[in-house]
Design a protein around this ligand. Structure first.
Ligand code: CA
Length: 252
């Protein structure tokens, strides 16, 4: 854990690049930068970063494609940086595997907070699990292990399998799935889930936009695809229309 965390900034605008580099450096990252998409994908492959900030509008290949390519080999936490006019495109960005987005101009502390929230969740380690020991979970509460309708999740190793087959989830997808398993049949609203991803104390009275809620829908859609779950007859992810999500009932 003493190994420095690695950050990668993919951004063609030099001012923003240096700003983001400064924010990440302050947060304790070893930072590398790339000024184009192609360069960014190469750097991601060789550096294996923990965090990547990704500009949507790059001179060679766009941020969507960059994200898609990086996702083929990396589970880095990817934050997309988009111009306001591109906010809707953001959702496509999340479909391409990014975890979160920030609209330019953004406040440095906002970026710092998002990254800190994600980094507080270890890739492995049981300490966060303690808060989950409430009781009436589908299986083995407090151990960070859940088993529900053939889906198996172990927090400490951050592993998920369905009918014995290992799945490869992003951190965000894992966190959402974990939140639903933890809540059991209790509905989690979309804003609940946004706050969960950002850590509740990230910003007191934090404003959750419609786009933030839509982003949860996109992540859920991605998660559903990976699980092979059906929205109509869910084994795991049940949509509660207009409200949020909860765990589907146990199969008999
Ligand atoms: Ca740009």
């Amino acid at each position: 854990m003493n190994e420095a965390r690695v950050g990668l900034v993919i951004e063609d605008d030099q001012d923003i690049r240096e700003l983001v580099r400064a924010v990440l450096t302050q947060a304790g990252f070893d930072v590398s930068v790339a000024a184009s998409g192609t360069e960014g994908v190469l750097a991601a492959r060789s550096l294996n970063p923990d965090v990547i900030t990704l500009d949507l509008g790059l001179p060679d290949i766009d941020g969507f494609e960059v994200s898609r390519q990086i996702r083929e080999f990396s589970d880095a936490y990817i934050v997309m940086l988009t111009a306001r006019a591109e906010e809707l495109d953001t959702l496509i960005g999340l479909e391409s595997g990014a975890d979160d987005y920030l609209t330019k101009p953004f406040r440095p502390r906002e970026l710092r907070a998002r990254i800190a929230a994600m980094m507080r969740r270890p890739r492995s380690g049981p300490d966060v699990v303690e808060e989950a020991s409430a009781g009436e979970q589908p299986a083995a509460a407090g151990t960070g292990h859940y088993n529900h309708n053939g889906l198996d999740l172990t927090y400490a190793s951050r592993s998920v399998s369905v009918d014995g087959q290992e799945l490869n989830l992003t951190r965000t997808e894992f966190e959402l799935l974990y939140a639903l398993l933890e809540a059991g049949r209790t509905v989690r609203t979309k804003s609940d889930l946004v706050r969960r991803l950002r850590d509740e104390d990230y910003d007191v009275g934090s404003y959750i936009s419609e786009a933030d809620e839509r982003s949860v829908e996109v992540h859920m859609g991605n998660l559903r695809k990976k699980l092979g779950d059906s929205p109509q007859q869910p084994r795991w992810l049940q949509t509660v229309r207009g409200v949020g999500y909860r765990l589907a009932p146990a199969e008999r």
